[in-house]
Design a protein around this ligand. Structure first.
Ligand code: ATP
Ligand code: MG
Ligand code: MG
Ligand code: MG
Length: 562
């Protein structure tokens, strides 16, 4: 590709409003452009990387025996009403009407569509198990799209769905996907952990999130520095999941609360039924949504689990709330003196345990000074342990560290939730109709591109790992006006193309400094610089990652970079 006619509009300065490094670099390297909030075009350079990542995902899915297909983004409301999610999914679902006033949604995920296909076309146990997947743009009207393509409203996802005869089969399908995910993120060279996620209100038992450990991210991961042990202290995004599944989610403004002014319209108040009663309090602090989530039965003050996104922020928010309303408990939702600790419960899920007070943002629906042992029954959580940063890892290997994480993938045992709701059954070997047992598996492909940049950059720009670099080689004619340089570079470009090396050729009539700056920014792993010694047939071979450079004769080039 000749750079003179390649659409790669690099920017010298950091664009305003881009907080995440990956967002800045994707804009500056001319990979993406914003179209509206959370909606981006991938320009040719970005598209190449996206396709590389997509291809790795595809290869691993295929290797795991999954079958690729494609489903429509446009989904009829009828299907979503069958599953109950037309109501439950909440404002994240992008809805619209056609000219006949029929209701539709743009797919944020495809459980309904795929289940309806399998319902109609799979009949017998002989056709199972089966895993189907697609790689396609998804639509979610995120409450706060941010960090570029890390949290978009339209984004590329690989979503897979497994169909089994029974739960043992599901365990196997799940394991296969788990391994495929491990392969994908290993091939991409990401520093990731598979983390036991919160399955609470989702109904299923097993679910893992694949988290890339970074310095930015909306989740906090507790992990061992010497083993694979890892657990999530997630929570804010969880609100969506709870409301999707069980919730009678109300807009906060509908809740009569002293904190109304501060929190109006920024979240949802969750009040779930009986044994899974969940209360959440949301605060907006410095434009960050902070949430305290309590799971428990408020009648008996039996608090089972609590989550705190950021104890410090919650505390500050509650103080502000109490100050501005002049109220303390009862009557306000002020958590007092929150102390966040990570607890591991039996199934290894990690939660923050709040030793203080929290509760629903409603009169008399909150907990004051809740303490394990006194206010809830720890005997139901015999394995409950508290770990802090620096503690020994529960598996005996290494020390617990905390780090922020980006969720790049999620595997989930759905069970029969959708097959029962939509009536997807098969006939077993005795001719009896049984609900198909399902799993669902997502990878955020576009988010993964950003996560890769979060992990692979320096002060000058992106440093692509080989596996997902947009080109293999960046060929630079340092001074294209010099005939010998241009001629040799032209010849190498021809030669590289013939040997199948994907080459970006900087043939522009730009100053050397500009070319080098752009090359650093774009971050192609290997650079071939044609300069002063062109006439003698020498070029410079330079590694983007460590800056190592050496002079190589063109006759030696093929063996060096082939
Ligand atoms: P999050 O917790 O970040 O909101 P999620 O749990 O809602 O993500 P899933 O429903 O598990 O997302 O979707 C599968 C994958 O799709 C996620 O693991 C993530 O990598 C990706 N993804 C989800 N939402 C977005 C988004 N708004 N922008 C980019 N990628 C996303
Ligand atoms: Mg999530
Ligand atoms: Mg989400
Ligand atoms: Mg998820």
């Amino acid at each position: 590709m000749r750079q003179s006619t390649f659409l790669v509009p690099t920017l010298r300065d950091n664009p305003s409003g881009a907080d995440a490094v990956s967002h800045q670099l994707m804009l500056r390297a001319g990979m993406i452009r914003q179209s509206s909030a959370g909606v981006y075009s991938f320009l040719p350079l970005g598209w190449r990387v996206l396709r590389k990542v997509e291809q790795i995902v595809r290869e691993e899915m295929d290797r795991a025996g999954a079958q690729e297909m494609i489903m429509p983004a446009i989904q009829p409301s009828e299907l979503w009403k069958e599953s109950g999610r037309w109501e439950d999914y909440g404002p994240e679902l992008m809805r619209f009407k056609d000219r006949h006033q029929r209701e539709f949604a743009l797919g944020p995920t495809h459980e309904e569509v795929i289940t309806s296909i399998v319902r109609d076309d799979v009949r017998s146990y002989k056709e199972l198990p089966m895993t189907l997947y697609q790689i396609q743009n998804k639509f979610r009207d995120e409450r706060r799209p941010r960090f570029g393509v890390l949290r978009g409203r339209e984004f590329l996802m690989k979503d897979a769905y497994s169909f089994d005869r029974d739960f043992d089969g599901l365990d196997e399908s799940y394991q296969r996907m788990y391994e495929a995910y491990t392969n994908v993120f290993t091939r991409l060279g990401l520093n990731f952990r598979a983390v036991i996620a919160d399955s609470g209100a989702m109904g299923g038992k097993d679910t893992h999130e694949f988290m890339v450990l970074t310095n930015i991210g909306e989740d906090t991961i507790a992990y061992s520095d010497q083993s694979t042990f890892a657990a999530n202290i997630e929570i804010a995004p969880c609100a969506d999941e709870y409301s999707q599944q069980d919730g009678e989610a109300e807009e906060l403004r509908e809740v009569d609360t002293p904190g109304q002014k501060t929190i109006e319209g920024v979240g949802q108040y969750l009040n779930l039924p009986a044994e899974r009663c969940i209360k959440a309090v949301f605060y907006e602090v410095d434009e960050e949504l902070v949430m305290v989530l309590v799971r428990g039965d408020h009648e008996s003050n039996d608090i089972k689990l609590k989550h705190v996104l950021d104890a410090g922020k919650v505390e500050a928010a509650s103080e502000e709330l109490i100050r501005s309303t002049g109220k303390t408990v009862p009557g306000s939702a002020g958590p007092v003196g929150i102390e966040g600790e990570v607890h591991i419960i039996a199934d290894n899920a990690v939660k923050y345990m709040v030793n203080a007070c929290t509760g629903a943002n409603k009169e008399d629906v909150h907990f004051v000074n809740a303490n394990p042992g006194r206010d809830f029954t720890p005997d139901r959580y015999e394995d409950l342990r508290v770990i802090k940063e620096g503690d020994p890892s529960p598996d005996g290997n290494g020390t617990i560290q905390f780090k922020e994480g980006i969720e790049v993938g999620h595997v989930f045992k759905l069970g029969t939730k959708y097959s029962e709701a939509l009536g997807a059954t098969y006939l077993n070997n005795e001719g009896k109709a049984k609900p198909i047992v399902m799993g669902s598996y997502g990878i955020g492909v576009s988010r993964t591109v950003a996560a890769l940049i979060e992990e692979n950059h320096d002060e000058n720009g992106i440093v692509w790992p080989k596996a997902c670099a947009p080109f293999d080689v960046h060929l630079i004619a340092i001074n294209s006006k010099k005939e010998d340089q241009r001629e040799l570079a032209d010849r190498l470009y021809e030669q590289f193309s013939q040997t199948g090396l994907d080459t970006l050729y900087d043939d522009r009539a730009e100053r050397a400094g500009v070319k080098f700056k752009d090359a650093d920014l774009i971050g192609i792993p290997l650079r071939v610089q044609v300069g002063k010694r062109a006439e003698e047939g020498y070029v410079e071979l330079k590694q983007r990652a460590n800056g190592d450079a050496e002079e190589v004769h063109v006759d030696q080039l093929a063996s060096r970079i082939g």
